[in-house]
Design a protein around this ligand. Structure first.
Ligand SMILES: Cc1cc2nc3c(=O)[nH]c(=O)nc-3n(C[C@H](O)[C@H](O)[C@H](O)COP(=O)(O)OP(=O)(O)OC[C@H]3O[C@@H](n4cnc5c(N)ncnc54)[C@H](O)[C@@H]3O)c2cc1C
Length: 216
């Protein structure tokens, strides 16, 4: 009874998605070396339809240890990784990258133990984040605007949602901050507080900045 049926529906239908990452540490950022044949870096951030999907490179300057996120994947691509051990995930990723970079010996640079995370496998996480998928606008609208409670029945007032999963940019910290500010304004208003005139809060300028409401 804390939320309307429409809001419950929005919370329920915007589901958390799976996501996995696998990292290895390497001795140095070897990818910055120039390939004499092409004149370009030997390796770069790699988006592919092979199972790694996204490979990201992190360096701290030449000659210093660096890290590779061998694979960053979502949804069913992440589920493919779920049953596998960390070593098997590394093996799968390296064999995919070897096909893309046949002249590069990535393995020989690896130092230390690999690290992997599957958010769907972590207790209490329920997945990594929500996605604003096609058709979700109406649900994001309901969740995002819930902090404006003046028209809600008395029984539904006084509870405030915050986090990127109730924003228009789920999976981004920006939405977490925006909805955090909205919730703070909501709590303050609920307890009879107000912003200084020269520094209006999100609810004070809501009429001008509110997200467009589309027909359901
Ligand atoms: C795999 C992944 C990749 C991402 N990549 C990016 C990116 O590239 N760029 C970007 O901008 N954002 C990214 N994000 C999103 C970003 O991490 C989130 O938007 C942000 O962390 C959400 O902040 P929050 O404060 O709303 O929630 P959280 O950071 O989730 O904080 C909630 C806190 O509440 C605690 N908590 C939960 N229950 C209770 C309880 N009952 N009592 C006390 N404490 C509790 C939790 O332990 C947690 O510390 C990514 C997220 C994931 C998972």
């Amino acid at each position: 009874s804390l939320f309307s049926q429409d809001l419950w529906m929005a919370l329920d239908r915007t589901r958390y998605m799976q996501s996995s990452k696998t990292f290895v540490m390497v001795d140095e950022p070897f990818w910055l070396e120039q390939d004499p044949q092409t004149g370009r870096d030997r390796m770069s951030m790699t988006l592919t339809d092979r199972l790694t999907r996204g490979t990201y490179l992190f360096d701290d300057g030449p000659g210093k240890p660096a890290a590779i996120c061998l694979s960053y994947s979502w949804m069913s691509d992440s589920l493919k990784m779920l049953p596998h051990s960390v070593d098997r995930r590394v093996e799968l990723a390296l064999s995919a990258l070897e096909k893309i970079y046949p002249d590069l010996d990535i393995r020989s640079h690896i130092v230390g133990e690999p690290v992997t995370v599957s958010w769907e496998d972590d207790p209490y996480f329920l997945g990594a984040f929500k996605g604003a998928l096609p058709g979700h606008y109406r649900y994001n609208h309901r969740m995002y605007t819930h902090f404006m409670q003046q028209d809600l029945p008395e029984s539904e007032r006084g509870i405030f949602l915050a986090g990127d999963d109730v924003s228009f940019t789920p999976a981004w910290a920006e939405g977490a901050v925006q909805t955090g500010l909205n919730a703070v304004w909501g709590v303050m208003t609920h307890f009879g507080g107000a912003c200084h005139e020269s520094n209006p809060g999100p609810g004070d300028v809501f009429a001008d900045l509110a997200p467009v409401q589309l027909e359901d």
